[in-house]
Design a binder for this molecule. Sequence first.
Ligand SMILES: *[C@@H]1O[C@H](CO)[C@@H](O)[C@H](O)[C@H]1NC(C)=O
Ligand SMILES: *[C@@H]1O[C@H](CO)[C@@H](O)[C@H](O)[C@H]1NC(C)=O
Ligand SMILES: *[C@@H]1O[C@H](CO)[C@@H](O)[C@H](O)[C@H]1NC(C)=O
Ligand SMILES: *[C@@H]1O[C@H](CO)[C@@H](O)[C@H](O)[C@H]1NC(C)=O
Ligand SMILES: *[C@@H]1O[C@H](CO)[C@@H](O)[C@H](O)[C@H]1NC(C)=O
Length: 945
Amino acid sequence: MGTLKQITLYVAVCSFISSSSAFSLNNCTIRTPLKDIQPKVLCYKMGFFRIPWIPRNTRILDISFNAFAQIQIGDFSHLSNLQDLNISNNKISQIQEGALDNLSNLSRLNLASNRLREISRGMLHGLTNLLVLRLDHNYIKDIDVTAFSTLQNLKVLNLTKNHLHYIEKIKPVLASPYLEELYIASNHFDAFKSYEMSTNPLSLKILDLSKNPFATFQLTDNIFPFLNHLDLSYCGQNGTMTWNITEKTFFSSVKTLYFMDVHISAQNAANVLQSFQNLLNKIRLNGNVELNKTDLLLNACSPMLQVLRLKANKIKHLEEHMFDPCSNLTEVDLGDNEISRLWPSIFIGFTQLKTLRLQINKLTQITNSFQMLSTLEFIDLSRNSIDTLTCNDFANLTQLKNLYLYSNKISIIKSCLFKDLKSLEVLKLGTNNLLRIGDAFSNGPHSLVELQLTFNKLSKIEKYTFRNVSQLNSLSLQDNQISEIESHAFGGLKNLTSLLLSSNKISAKTLTKNQDVFSGMPNLKSLGLDTNSISFSDDQLKFPPFKDLKHLRVLALHSQRRGIGKIPSNLLQGLSSLEMFYAGNINLAHLNPDTFKFSPQLWFLDLSKNALSEDHSIPAELFHPISRLTKLILSRTQLRSLNFLLNANLSRLLSLKASGNEIDTINKTLIQSLPRLEVLDLGKNTFTCDCTNEFFIDWAKNSNSTQVLYLNKYMCSYPSSLRGMSLSAFNTESCTLNIDFICFLCSSIVVILTLLLSFVWHFLRFQVVYAYYLFIAFLYDNKKKQSGSTFQYDAFISYNAKDEPWVMEELIPKLEGEQDWRLCLHHRDFEPGRPIIDNIIDGIYSSRKTICLITRNYLKSNWCSSEVQVASFRLFDEQKDVLILVFLEDIPTHQLSPYHRMRKLVKKRTYLRWPKPGEDTKVFWQKLKMALEVKEGHKSDFLIP
Ligand SMILES: *[C@@H]1O[C@H](CO)[C@@H](O)[C@H](O)[C@H]1NC(C)=O
Ligand SMILES: *[C@@H]1O[C@H](CO)[C@@H](O)[C@H](O)[C@H]1NC(C)=O
Ligand SMILES: *[C@@H]1O[C@H](CO)[C@@H](O)[C@H](O)[C@H]1NC(C)=O
Ligand SMILES: *[C@@H]1O[C@H](CO)[C@@H](O)[C@H](O)[C@H]1NC(C)=O
Ligand SMILES: *[C@@H]1O[C@H](CO)[C@@H](O)[C@H](O)[C@H]1NC(C)=O
């Protein structure tokens, strides 16, 4: 049975070796697997319950938004190169001690939004190079005293939204000597007493204490000498917070204070603000609706203050002199208030204001309010209700670079509006009521780089509309009603690189009725014409609309409302630099093979969501002019096969997406015709799960150069018995005998044989022994044949010991005495000491004949004996009549039944019978003599079965 164990082990080893790991990852994607030697593995939102297998050299791993409940030793132990690990948004309640020990190169660990209750002793110990640790949004109540003792490099720790009650609990994290940023917002601290945390200076630069119900805040030692940023927003309890800072200078390094919507009295708020000694640069006072703003600013502002945020304060009126203490501000945010009127004197004190935010208020006009703010660079007036703008509204704003006026009710822009805006670069006028542009830009602004006019009601672009904004880089006209574009409409836009005309009413007529619709923009790189009503019926265009766009790289024509009909063969004429072409969702049924003959630089082609189901919808020749193609998208195009790619010469294709089609098989030639393929997406196709896909399945699982995206989600559609099964689960081993299978087969055979032999040995031992004798006889026979023997005896006598008297009294005297035959008798002629079987074989083979004396005793005991076996073998082998059967008793044939072979012998040939008592024996002896006389060489007329 020892062998059996060995065999089982062998089988196990066999199958272990065969389950080698492949490159294709279930449910995960690897970004740029070949170019990047530091693969980024993305497995987020995949429904994992256990950590999947991740390639060894992974540097960046994102397995967030799954359903892991714990992290165990071994999950990450092979990932010693990992630098960035995101396991946030799972259900992790336990991390086994030591499970993260091998991650000594990890610098960022995100465990946010899990179910951790504590940070235990050794949980983080191996993370000696960790810089950033996120533990926010867990249920942490407790942190072990030594939990952070080996995290000597930690700089950022986020413990926001946990269940910490006492500041003392924070103490262990300060064992990381270089901790600079500590976020402990949204816990349950009701008192901050600095001595509970430390009495020695800490290295903290950023401290977020917001959203804790502090009733007491006490700072009794200079523990924050480097603190730069302090967040106390939403603190306080029941409208009070006792504020006790024993030395005025303790917060002197703080430059930024967030003090939003604090639940404390005006007096307390004043106390708090005063402890920053007028040294603040930035303050956020958003949402302190209850507090008197004038008082608040009196305490908060100082000559040092530069940034003031008063968002969402429900401010209705800006009071005169309110900003007097804040004259050095460079940025004011008054957004999201209820301000409806402005007047110039409000801002009079500002001498350095650069950014003014007034978005989301109730302004209807500007009334000349900004003319004192000559330093202003950015003004946000979006989302108000401004309907009219006058020529002086932006007078003097010579420094203004960004003007946001979107989401108002403006219907007319006069060119005088921009007269002083010599520096204006970005103008956003989207979501207004503009019906026409007219001469708005006839005098500039000359420096304008970006103009946004989306979501208006423009219907026509007249010629040379933008001639005097020639610095324009980007022009957005999406979501208007544009149906007419005059010749040279964009003339003069020498620097324009991006023109977006999506979601308008542009038709084929708009583009082809007039020549030169798109001329005058020699540097245009990107043109968006998607979501319009462009539809062609001709194969050739008289005026190819893009002929002047020699530098255009990206053309979007996708999603035409009524379908494009066809793409005329010269539509892309002139686009010699075109690199990306979006032509999805245009109800395209056929592509002209010449379509891309003008655009040899094309490397990206999106033809998704079309109806390319016909056999020659996509001719292979289509791809011949664009041999640089690296990314091809054919998702949801009703394709039944990808075989048109066989002759497409896409030797540079890196990425092929053809999900949502009716592709059933992918053959080897196809895969081989795409030698550089790195990413293949064939999700949601109708795969056939039989041996025609054998190559594809094996290749998809094992390829280490191509990543087959989400392979395990590919389903079988055929045969119906396998419908719904995963393609990758189809057993391709049934298609070919591979090494593993042979290995398995051999082992199985050995096992079965062993079992069989044990069985045979147990139940058929004697038969086995005889088989052995037969074999020996065979060998002996061969030997004899070779040596060409002469016989020592005339007959070998095989008999039962009980019949010995007859042999002695009748046979020997007659045959040896009278007839002079030489007989071989085992009791007389066998060599003593020699193995009995050798004696028998020798006896039989050195006798011409073997005489079996058959009695009932003989049958019972000797019939299966070695003598008969050897003799019958000789008979069989030499086909010589060596066997003489002598029946000493009368045995009816039916009694021979159990001795099946004997019965056959008896039936087939004559045998001698010893006469009954009283009968004459003379005939018997005569017959025996004759039988003995038959010479060797005489062919037997029967064979032993
Ligand atoms: C892959 O994700 C699906 C759900 O999106 C899930 O059912 C399946 O078990 C995942 N496969 C593996 C190997 O985890
Ligand atoms: C800290 O956690 C909070 C809450 O999850 C999150 O909003 C914030 O962005 C995090 N900050 C950092 C620096 O990680
Ligand atoms: C705040 O009010 C709650 C009940 O509204 C009370 O239980 C708690 O003790 C109060 N806290 C302080 C500091 O007064
Ligand atoms: C502030 O705290 C110190 C030290 O605990 C104490 O001596 C002092 O009286 C406190 N001051 C106020 C105003 O509570
Ligand atoms: C705020 O306080 C200032 C002076 O401290 C006072 O003049 C003003 O009326 C107050 N405003 C409101 C709304 O109470």
